[in-house]
Write a protein that binds this ligand. Structure first.
Ligand code: F6R
Length: 366
């Protein structure tokens, strides 16, 4: 049932070109030139007039929520707050009937996320769910929603569910942005074309597998890792670090690259591997400066760059090239090598990647 792969996690990583396509199916109609999302139709006015969107989630789904904050603010110009469900529910949050709460959950059973939804509902907010498991508790508790259609995810570490969540959230931001007039026809068209190219780009990123396995050999025994990114790649840095921690048991931290000098830079010496996601986007020059800062302290740089980059390779010990895409879609591509890196390091360390210690696929207790 692992389809010839050694682990479910690897199978699910490799399924992503297909699962991303499935999450867009019937929603992105390139030829007809329109986007549909059944779940928001009845709530379209509500989304268009929303004063604020609050996203509640946990773990990897919370990282997808962070990507959505960038997407929705950028494309639809609606203020977004991204909340850990467990913090939100217990801090007497301010919620009104004018708020839309987006709940993101692969399993649809996460206790804290479900409780956050119930709380927001009791205050009259509109609740929109983005779940993978059909008919799950969260899917049933929401007013409306969109399934991610990634198919069953068995590996405890979430991979294809994350990229499916980001895909659905991208479509949502595009639809709402277009309706609000903050996303022009031509920009919408451009993003639709680029989004439809993502499965092929993910396929291409998966060809990095052997190269990443080799890099993993070098770092299999290190005790720490740092992951840095800015803008759309900041949540990707957090996600890369979480993947490594949970399956390889190596301590890893994700940081916005510019925050490094406010603390974590003290950790950097010749033994510290630093994964920098440095694709060509609006913060590229700034990230290059951050790489120089790491290099000046002899940190070991593993850089994820856009194909053809000639500036960063001389500064890095290892370079991982991913296909270029629109800045707003890059997380769907740049997360792939990080998933593979955590997978191979965990396998080399003899860890049980599909069922890491102390973790459960659905966290149904708080
Ligand atoms: C990480 C992981 C967890 C889940 C979190 C939320 O790989 O699997 O961090 O993302 O427990 O789970 P869902 O999305 O089912 O609500």
């Amino acid at each position: 049932e692992k389809g010839g792969y050694e682990h479910f996690m690897l199978k699910e990583i490799f399924e992503q070109p297909r699962s991303i396509l499935d999450s867009m199916r019937g929603r992105l109609e390139l030829e007809a030139g329109h986007l549909n999302m059944g779940g928001i139709r009845a709530y379209e006015r509500k989304f268009v007039n929303a004063e604020r969107i609050i996203i509640v989630a946990c773990g990897t789904s919370w990282h997808a929520g962070l990507v959505a904050e960038y997407l929705i603010e950028d494309l639809a110009r609606i203020p977004v707050e991204v909340e850990y469900a467990s913090e939100f529910r217990y801090r007497n949050p301010i919620i009104t009937e004018r708020d839309i709460v987006l709940a993101i959950s692969q399993s649809g059973e996460t206790a804290d996320t479900l409780a956050a939804i119930e709380l927001a509902k009791s205050k009259g907010a509109t609740i929109f769910g983005i779940c993978n498991v059909v008919g799950s508790s969260i899917a049933r508790a929401t007013d409306a929603g969109a399934y991610t259609h990634a198919g069953p995810e068995i590996g405890v570490a979430s991979t294809k569910a994350f990229t499916a969540q980001v895909t659905v959230l991208t479509l949502l931001a595009m639809i709402v942005g277009h309706k609000r007039g903050t996303l022009t026809d031509s920009k919408l068209r451009e993003l639709m074309v680029e989004l439809s190219n993502i499965p092929a780009k993910v396929e291409k990123a998966l060809l990095l597998n052997t190269e990443i396995e080799q890099i993993s050999e070098i770092f299999r025994d290190v005790p720490n890792f740092l992951y840095l990114g800015r803008g759309y790649n900041f949540p990707v840095a957090l996600e890369g670090a979480l993947k490594l921690k949970e399956i390889s048991y190596i301590h890893a931290e994700g940081y916005p690259a510019a925050e490094m000098k406010h603390g974590p830079i003290a950790l950097i010496d010749e033994n510290m591997p630093v994964v920098v996601i440095a694709t060509k986007d609006s913060s590229y020059e700034k990230v290059v400066s951050n790489i120089q800062e790491v290099k000046a302290r002899k940190g070991r740089i593993i850089a994820v760059v856009t194909e053809g980059d000639t500036v960063i390779p001389p500064m890095a010990e290892f370079v991982i090239e991913v296909p270029a895409t629109s800045e707003v879609l890059m997380p769907l591509v740049s997360v792939i090598p990080l998933q593979l890196l955590s997978y191979h390091i965990a396998v080399l360390r003899g860890c049980n990647v599909d069922q890491p210690r102390n973790l459960a696929k659905s966290v149904t207790v708080e």
